[in-house]
Ligand binder design. Sequence first.
Ligand code: ATP
Ligand code: MG
Length: 241
Amino acid sequence: MPEPILKVDSVTKCFGGLTAVNNVSFQVQPGEIVGLLGPNGAGKTTLFNVISGYYAPTSGSITFKGQDISGKQPYTLATHGIGRTFQVVKPFAGLSVLENVVIASFLRYPKRADAERHAWQILESTGLADRANLSAASLTLAGRKRLEIGKALALEPSFLLLDEVVAGLNPTEADRTVELILQLKQQGMTILIVEHIMRVIMNISDRLVVLNFGEKIAEGAAAEVAKNPLVIEAYLGEAAA
Ligand SMILES: Nc1ncnc2c1ncn2[C@@H]1O[C@H](COP(=O)(O)OP(=O)(O)OP(=O)(O)O)[C@@H](O)[C@H]1O
Ligand SMILES: [Mg+2]
């Protein structure tokens, strides 16, 4: 087994008296797509925020490419190769689509011309080039979600955290995003993805990790996890299990 790219070791994150993530451990291997599942409020976004440095863990540790990154700042983690999208999309609304991506491209390309050239490549590969000069605020939800992916990719990450980039899209747009994610995997990207749409998560994930009330309740291949009584209960209530 190769060295995991990400190790989450007994991570807990509390907000005052609320334990949003409770003693969660799992690993991600290079090149894998791991789906992070769980009902609303299960702690998925909080765990993303801990992995990407927006929150320090209350306890436990995160190891990325063999290095302890617990509590490091998001900017530092971006330079290490961790890219992420936000569940609530956050473009710089006053800027154009291109400018939004250029800002992220500056991380690797400090010269404006290089950053712009790189940003154009990202817009081409994410299907946004035709909207490059529009205000980011004018994009549809599908466009804004795509821009989230573009901004993350502009950091040239080796590991990508995708938080509900498909939810809310129509089936055609959803298929295009799935296609993009699978292309990224083919190019060697490692991905941890949160998504509520079962058709999507079951099809693209190599493995699933399931949270409920902050705790990991299951982990494994999609077919196995889908049969797990704890998972069925978490999603459908006790009666179904
Ligand atoms: N900054 C915060 N301060 C206080 N409580 C928070 C904060 N962020 C999240 N929580 C709480 O932590 C719990 C987990 O929330 P989180 O957003 O991680 O869930 P989620 O699994 O991403 O849910 P969803 O599927 O609805 O996006 C919830 O009870 C939420 O209210
Ligand atoms: Mg969430």
